[in-house]
Design a binder for this molecule. Structure first.
Ligand SMILES: Nc1ncnc2c1ncn2[C@@H]1O[C@H](COP(=O)(O)OP(=O)(O)O)[C@@H](O)[C@H]1O
Ligand SMILES: O=P(O)(O)OC[C@H]1O[C@](O)(COP(=O)(O)O)[C@@H](O)[C@@H]1O
Length: 303
């Protein structure tokens, strides 16, 4: 079973305006509300691609209830720890540019954290745990490491989709898959903007550290894959970007779904890029039909 774990889920409130006028009244052209948070997005895309998963994490208040109801409507199994605060609302402003304001999220009590850990302790060989998104400041700084250590003890595979110090410390746990974008990769190596040549150097460096699969995404510029035997590059297909929120999460889901169905690394990588782009080209997350319509356009190059 694949488990996704979102410590800080969100209701993603997408607001379209013609032009954003700061300091003035703006009237929305259209608003949309989605259950969000990186692990939740991975669960939603996996389901659309025909793979079941269980969504773990913390949920509270009417916003937490909204997320659970929406996931259940989509047939996704939820096993959240219910907390006393309120799940955050993240605002995604769509004008000429995309602007995001992510909330802080509720305080997580130590008993709530212990309840989540108890769920991780039920993982077994062959399970996959996707640790995704930011870590609320109320949790101990090493909470991801504790969960990663438990995952390794249970012989389950660890997938990491986070950034900053959380990603850095988890590298030592040798995750099965990580998917930093190029900014997150630069941050990981304490540097600023990376050239493609530098991305290749750092990507290979991560596989030498024992990480099985490394995908480095670059938005509309495509993505790199680094593994033990092979390094790959694929350009992103051209299209009209409608909402790129969740594009990275869709890549993770696409790669895992393709692996589950026994596809080769090249095919799984192409499927992953197609899933990311199909999400960027749609209002909500990608559907299987949208991914399969794009996948033949993805040309994978061996480096
Ligand atoms: N403008 C775009 N055009 C085409 N594909 C895109 C675009 N933005 C994102 N994607 C697709 O989504 C993937 C992940 O996007 P990226 O923005 O790098 O991830 P993250 O959301 O984690 O920052 C890219 O590798 C690409 O396949
Ligand atoms: O936990 P964080 O880093 O605040 O991110 C949460 C946000 O990331 C998302 O999961 C989208 O992630 P990506 O665009 O990076 O794929 C949103 O649904 C959510 O609002």
């Amino acid at each position: 079973m694949i488990y996704t774990c979102t410590f800080n889920p969100s209701v993603d409130y997408v607001v379209h305006v013609d032009e954003l006028r700061v300091g003035e009244l703006n009237r929305a052209l259209k608003t949309l509300t989605f259950p969000g948070g990186k692990g939740i997005n991975v669960s939603r895309v996996l389901k659309r691609l025909g793979v079941d998963s269980t969504a773990l994490g913390f949920a509270g208040g009417f916003t937490g209830q909204f997320i659970e109801t929406e996931l259940q409507k989509e047939g996704i199994r939820c096993d959240f720890v219910h907390v006393s605060g309120q799940t955050r609302i993240n605002v995604k402003l769509k004008a000429k540019q995309e602007t995001e304001i992510n909330g802080q999220g509720p305080t997580i009590a130590s008993e709530d954290a212990a309840q989540l850990m108890a769920k991780i302790e039920t993982l077994s060989t062959g399970d996959v745990l996707v640790l995704a998104g930011s870590v609320p400041s109320s949790l101990p700084a090493d909470v991801y490491e504790q969960m990663a250590a438990e995952t390794a003890k249970r012989k389950a595979r660890l997938v990491v989709d986070t950034s900053g110090p959380a990603l850095r410390t988890l590298l030592a746990c040798r995750p099965f898959l990580i998917k930093p974008n190029h900014h997150e990769l630069a941050e990981l190596f304490d540097t600023s903007k990376l050239t493609k040549e530098e991305i290749v150097i750092y990507g290979r460096c991560l596989t030498e550290m024992g990480i099985r699969h490394v995908i480095v995404s670059m938005g509309g510029d495509g993505a790199f894959y680094f593994g033990k035997e092979v390094a790959l590059f694929a350009e992103a297909p051209q299209g009209t970007v409608r909402n790129s929120v969740g594009a990275g999460d869709s890549m993770v889901a696409g790669f895992l779904a393709a692996q589950e169905s026994g596809k080769s690394i090249e095919e799984a990588f192409a499927y992953s890029v197609a899933a990311g782009s199909a999400t960027a080209f749609s209002e909500d997350l990608c559907t299987k039909e949208e991914v399969e319509a794009l996948v033949d356009r993805i040309r994978v190059i061996r480096l």
